[in-house]
Structure formats: structure tokens, C-alpha cells
Write a protein that binds this ligand. Sequence first.
Ligand code: ASP
Length: 319
Amino acid sequence: MADLAYAFSKRHLLGIEGLNRLDIEDLLNLGDRYVELNRRRVKRADILAGRTLLNLFFDNSTRTQSSFEIAGRRLGADVVTMQVATSSVKKGETLVDTAITLNAMKPDLLVIRHASSGAVKLLSRKVDCGVINAGDGSHEHPTQALLDALTIRRRLGDIGGLRVAICGDVLHSRVARSNVALLNILGAEVRLIAPRTLTPPGAAGWGASLFTDMRKGLEGCDVVMMLRLQQERMDGAYLPSAREFFHFYGLDDEKLACAKPGALIMHPGPMNRGVEIESGVADHKDRSLITEQVEMGVAIRMAVLERLAAAAPVTEPAP
Ligand code: ASP
């Protein structure tokens, strides 16, 4: 039941850490409404008319960047995406100077992706507008966890009591961190399944049970969330080979059969077919939620933009 005294009041979305259950449920409920809007022929709401959304991607992205752009445009905002590859950052400007420069252009919302954990938080302290973390290093990717929760909730209802497995390259995954945090808040049982070399040292304290044996870890799971093997973040020998990784940790029909009958399959994308997931499993007609996750991504980002724009301080000139 909705709490009538509740109002979303966060200025930034830097991670799931810092949100409470009411914040998450509020964003999911609003996300649900935007799913309906996005399925109409005319997908417009003018809630952000006259506001400026700046997308600042210091690190690669296809779906998250376009998802935020579409979300901002559907809400009527002026959306600008900074081409970081051609910006002053490449000419030696520091991160903080970039933030101060952009702040002077008076954006209302800044969406930032950066390869270093903590960089988005640092930038949020230097600007006056609301900041959304679109992924910082291996730290957090809050809108991914929110869109995953929306996808699960629309299929299975209440997330409390579900058993969810998150499998693969947990070590390098901001998606795993944000999802464990969010699923814990909503009362799911979370299992992390990874080889020891790809299990983060502190994972035992995250509030999830740890498994190295995928078949055991998948037992009784309602949802199986696969992670991409993030080879670009690997600077050492974490794995003997991608082939061996698939043998032990790749999701195929045989391993999937260890989960609950009908268990749902998720992946944040981009997928490495044949490395962490078998093609046929990824494309499973009823059980794979992978394209639904992309659809939910736009809706949840619209919800986040609406809430943060409402919380952003508006500086009107004195009369
Ligand atoms: N797209 C997700 C991220 O940005 C997952 C991935 O890249 O593997 O973290």
C-alpha cells in the first residue's frame, strides 16, 4: 500500500546504496506508468519541458546512453550528449574542471558514466544539478538494478521471497553490486555464482550466499541473471579460457534445468553469446526477459529523471 506521507526527496541517484524501500517502490510504480506511455503511438509527456539533460559518457555505452536520451526526449527535456572522445577531456582538462565548466551551462540533470568507481560521486559534489550514475567502474549501476527489478516484478509480482541467482563475472560487475543491494532491500534471497577468481574479496558481506558450483547455486532459483564476462577490465589471468568458463559457468539448457521449472533468464547486455550464455537460452521465447529489460530501461529512466528533476533546485533570478 502506498505511504501517503512519502515523497521522493533524493537530489542525486549515485547508487542503490542510499535508497530505501519506499524510494525503490516509488520509482518502480512510476516506471510502470511510463511503460504504458511508451507503448502508445504518441509517447510524450512534457514534464521536463524547458529543462536540460546532459549525458556525459566518459566510458563506452550503447544501450544506456540511448536509453537516457530517449527517456529525456519523451519527457520533453532538451537533451545534449557530450562526445567525450572529442571533448577537452582528451586535451588534458581534469575531471573536476570539466564538471565546473558544464555546471556553468546550467543543466538541470547530469547523467554520467565513468570507468572509475567513485568518479560520479566526486563530480556530484562539484555541480548544482541532480546527478545520475549511469555506471561507475565496478561500483554501481543503479538504473540497471531498478530496470531489472521492474522487469521481474511485472512478470512475477512481489520480489520479496524470490530466489535470484547472479552468475559469472561478479568481480568486475557494477550490475551485480547494485542488484544485490536492491534485491536485498526488497526481500529476495540472492545467490552469487562465480569462480573464486571472479568473486570479489568482500562479497561474503554483501548479503548474498556465495557458490562456485553453478548447478548447486541454481537450485530452486526463480530468476537466473547472467553477467557479461568483462574482458576489458581484466588485467590478469582470471580464467584458463573462455571455453572453459562456458563449460563451468555458461548458461545452457542443462544447467538451467537445475533452477526452478520455468525460471526466468536475464542479462544486462551486451551479451557474449557462447561465452556466458548459450544462444538458444538467450533467445528463449517465454523465459528470456532480455529484450524486456531494454524496454523497462527507458521507462525506469523516465521515472528517475522525473523524480530528480522535481527535487533539483531551480535558481530563478531575483525579481
Ligand atoms: N551494460 C552493463 C554495464 O554497463 C553491463 C555490461 O557492460 O556488462 O555495466
